[in-house]
Design a protein. Structure first.
Length: 190
């Protein structure tokens, strides 16, 4: 796709952002079916409101903001719902890991799931998705300092839950996503 086409109609670019949107949705919902629904709702909202998008600005950030706002709006609506009525998530947690790396990653996943959605969100945005603190702050609608503070507190909380010492690697050499979420040195905030 040429830059000229994408500059004229951002709808042409929507499909390029689907994998990143789905990954972000999965981290927020912790359920692939719910994540797919969330991404679909995001794309429908983006498509119907495409006239509100300013061509030349960051389309991915705009889409992430729509997805995030949709997630938290739905979450407020269903505040008292049970998130795992069929026991599917609980069944996955009961699976025994095949080796040490999988066990360490499972421990990380469980600890990551215990973080608040706001903390998971900021770690995924600034760690795993590579957005700057400023970009994440704009998407979330808070000050840059708030994003930095949330990321630092979330990383510290993960380290406490995983009982990690300062600078200790949470999953050994096999956890690139975990390292991205935790920050470049494993424990310290970027």
């Amino acid at each position: 796709m040429s830059a000229e086409i994408s500059a004229m109609d951002p709808r042409e670019e929507l499909v390029e952002h689907l994998p990143a949107l789905r990954a972000f949705a999965i981290t927020l919902t912790r359920n692939t079916a719910a994540a797919d629904d969330l991404v679909q709702d995001t794309i429908v909202k983006a498509w119907t409101n495409i006239d509100k998008f300013q061509v030349g600005t960051n389309l991915r950030a705009w889409l992430f903001t729509i997805l995030r706002n949709t997630f938290f709006s739905d979450r407020r609506k269903r505040k008292r719902e049970v998130a795992d009525p069929d026991g599917i998530h609980a069944g996955r947690l009961a699976e025994a890991p095949a080796h040490d790396g999988k066990l360490a990653f499972n421990d990380f996943s469980v600890a990551f799931d215990r973080l608040s959605p706001e903390h998971r969100e900021v770690l995924i945005l600034v760690g795993a998705s590579g957005f700057s603190y400023d970009e994440a702050a704009e998407m979330i609608g808070v000050a840059t300092g708030t994003v930095k503070s949330r990321a630092n507190r979330a990383r510290q909380r993960l380290c406490e839950m995983l009982e990690l010492a300062q600078g200790e690697d949470p999953v050994g050499s096999s956890g690139d996503l975990t390292k991205a979420v935790m920050g470049s040195s494993g424990v310290e905030a970027a």
